[in-house]
Design a protein around this ligand. Structure first.
Ligand code: G1P
Length: 266
């Protein structure tokens, strides 16, 4: 729910998924995180009040929550047992179909939204598909890392996947970021409740277990990823999105303010 400029991170990712054609949204959360459901609940009285007061920009932002016709489910993960477990918790809501996973702390600013780029690649390729990008070699222990096979344009075959390898053990510097398109067979693997890195049930391990059974690829997407789970990434996202979304005058003011801050502290 942390806001980047004018809307919470989860709103940015819902908009990205909606732009890629998704209409069914499943939020996997902890029981106490009621603010997510509250954010996406309609507030007709406030909307009418804002519209009547001429604050149409705020009213528009309020109604931007979910795309028209969206179906929403909330699934509670009762214990923090890892990303793989969180996805497994959504198995009944997914109903034996391919599905996408979006990790909200990875925000991607791109001319074509990242998930839409992935849907294009998926239409041609099928199977399991993850978004990848190069990371500094000393940071591989923060990510799932792929061993790339043959490359076709920006699509790479994945021959192995390792969760959070130490730099000396990493098969490459190509990290999985929080965008996946997965086949429902993943639930057969997740159901084993096998623990991996950090003692958690890892989505990466389940994807790796399906290599050889399900075509598995990484897409080098076009765009900038901000790791909003880290303070610096979150600040960088706010600066980039603020500059990107402001009108020309505001942008000049904002750049001027940023220059003043940089001069003062550098
Ligand atoms: C998760 C995944 C990891 C992936 C990362 C992307 O890690 O387990 O494979 O590279 O998201 O942000 P987490 O950030 O939850 O530690």
């Amino acid at each position: 729910m942390l806001p980047v400029v004018d809307r919470p991170l989860i709103q940015w990712t819902v908009e990205e998924a909606a732009a890629a054609g998704f209409e069914h949204f499943i939020f996997v959360t902890a029981a106490h995180k009621t603010s997510i459901a509250a954010h996406f609940s309609p507030t007709p009285d406030l909307h009418a009040h804002l519209t009547a007061s001429g604050k149409t920009d705020l009213a528009d932002l309020l109604s931007a929550g979910l795309p028209p016709g969206a179906q929403v489910k909330q699934v509670i993960q009762d214990q923090p047992r890892g990303l793989g477990h969180a996805i497994w918790c959504a198995r009944d809501a997914i109903d034996d179909e391919p599905f996408a996973v979006v990790l909200t702390d990875d925000l991607v600013r791109a001319p074509t939204p990242c998930l839409a780029q992935m849907m294009q690649a998926y239409a041609a390729q099928g199977g399991n598909l993850v978004a990848v990008e190069p990371v500094p070699a000393h940071e591989t222990d923060r990510y799932g890392v792929i061993a790339p096979g043959t490359q076709n344009d920006n699509l790479l075959e994945i021959t192995a996947l390792v969760e959070k390898p130490a730099p000396q053990d990493a098969p490459s510097n190509l990290a999985v970021i929080g965008r996946y398109i997965l086949q429902p067979e993943i639930f057969d693997k997740l159901a084993a409740f096998k623990t991996g890195a950090g003692g958690e049930i890892q989505l990466t391990d389940a994807i790796a277990d399906l290599i050889g059974h399900v075509p598995t690829h990484g897409l080098r997407f076009d765009g900038d990823r901000y790791d909003c789970g880290q303070p610096l990434g979150f600040l960088a996202a706010n600066m980039a999105y603020a500059l990107d979304t402001s009108n020309t005058d505001d942008k000049q003011d904002l750049l001027q303010m940023m220059r003043q801050v940089v001069e003062k502290f550098s």
